[in-house]
Design a protein around this ligand. Structure first.
Ligand SMILES: C=C1C[C@]23C[C@@]1(O)CC[C@H]2[C@@]12CC[C@H](O)[C@@](C)(C(=O)O1)[C@H]2[C@@H]3C(=O)O
Ligand SMILES: O=C(O)CCC(=O)C(=O)O
Ligand SMILES: [Fe+2]
Length: 349
């Protein structure tokens, strides 16, 4: 007897399926940095940023209550009827998005809120467009408190990184994201369950592979697995979820500032189908006019910059024209030139 099993039809959403990770990919090689011991933290962080561009921080001092408050507000928002959320329009890039990531043809099994956090009043008016009082005020309060905590954590991590690199000026990195004009973004991702996938040994792409363009990203998720990082050899490693800790990603800008010493980590999220995943990410970016170039203090004698000079404004403009998986830094690398067919790389060295 032939049993026909209907294949889940996700082609309609244009979301790629990926083979589910084996349990062995969960073997944890993810560096864990305990912030209660700053001396050892600074050294291990530098090592983690060089090897992986990724690590987990514990003993961060951020109360669970604050985290849970924002998570509860986000859950409430995502539980609104779809029609109400769709009424908010398409993200441009900020706003509410459903499956469509960016403007260049990327899709994932998620819905999200993407917020420009340079202005509190802009956020308040956006939030008030979908929540009435007192819910809007309560959402904004939780959001502002959480973002303030993320800024402090990003600052602490960036200062420890400067210490670890032996740079006297502790705020060399942190001042870029603490600057009043710093172009930082906040994102809440909700990956709904997709139970039809059960028994197929495959996962839906939640958020396709990419690097983050900014300086640093601080990520927190609920206890559902899904996040993976790529190692230097291209293999994927699953990050065991930990709702009490934060995960730090090195972004493209920090890779440039360190002349490639720190690695902007390629990562992705698989939606495992059974449990919903909620993540909240703070992306600390520089001011638009900030020049991005390797910091002199970090250059060894005779060391050449690997990158052409550009500002964050220029980088961001080009990044937002790219597809998620593109290597956005390639066109800013020195001695490499894209041929007109866009495929071949010539190295003049
Ligand atoms: C496909 C895209 C989405 C993205 C802008 C881009 O054109 C390429 C970078 C993407 C990314 C990845 C990290 C962050 O989630 C994000 C907000 C960012 O700054 O760069 C997203 C952008 C987005 O979702 O609009
Ligand atoms: O949702 C996550 O855990 C990560 C998502 C991500 O990488 C991003 O939003 O840039
Ligand atoms: Fe990311």
């Amino acid at each position: 007897m032939v049993v026909l099993v209907a294949k889940p039809t996700i082609e309609q959403h244009q979301i790629p399926l990926i083979k589910s990770p084996k349990q062995s990919t969960f073997l944890s090689i993810i560096p864990i940095i305990d912030l209660s011991d700053p001396v050892s933290a600074s050294t291990s962080m530098v090592k983690a940023c060089s090897e992986y561009g990724f690590f987990k921080v514990t003993s961060h001092g951020i109360p669970m209550e604050l985290i849970n408050k924002l998570e509860a507000e986000a859950v409430k928002f995502f539980s609104l009827p779809q029609i109400e959320k769709e009424r908010l329009g398409q993200p441009n890039p900020f706003g509410y998005g459903n499956k469509k990531i960016g403007a260049n043809g990327d899709f994932g099994w998620l819905e999200y809120l993407l917020l420009d956090i340079t202005s509190k009043s802009k956020n308040k008016s956006f939030i008030s467009s979908f929540l009435s009082e007192p819910s809007a005020t309560s959402f904004c309060a939780a959001l502002n408190e959480y973002i303030a905590a993320m800024r402090r954590l990003a600052r602490q991590v960036l200062e420890l990184l400067a210490d670890g690199l032996g740079v006297k000026q502790r705020d060399i990195f942190s001042k870029l994201v603490m600057n009043e004009e710093s172009d930082s973004v906040f994102r809440v991702n909700h990956y709904p369950p997709y139970p039809l996938l059960q028994g197929f040994n495959c996962s839906l792409t939640g958020f396709g592979e990419h690097t983050d363009p900014q300086v640093i990203s601080v990520l927190r998720s609920n206890n559902t697995a899904g996040l993976q990082i790529a190692l230097r050899d291209g293999s994927w490693v699953s990050v065991p979820p930990d709702q009490e800790s934060f995960f730090i990603n090195v972004g493209d800008s920090l890779q440039v500032l360190t002349n490639g010493r720190f690695r902007s980590v390629k990562h992705r999220v698989l939606a495992n189908g059974m449990r919903s995943r909620l993540s909240m990410i703070y992306f600390g970016g520089p001011a638009p006019k900030q020049r991005l170039a390797p910091l002199q203090q970090l250059m060894e004698e005779g060391e050449q910059s690997l990158y052409k000079e550009f500002t964050w404004f220029e980088y961001k403009a080009s990044a937002y024209k790219s597809r998620l998986a593109d290597n956005r830094l390639a066109q800013f690398e020195k001695q490499k030139q894209l041929m007109s067919d866009g495929k071949t790389l010539i190295n003049h060295q």
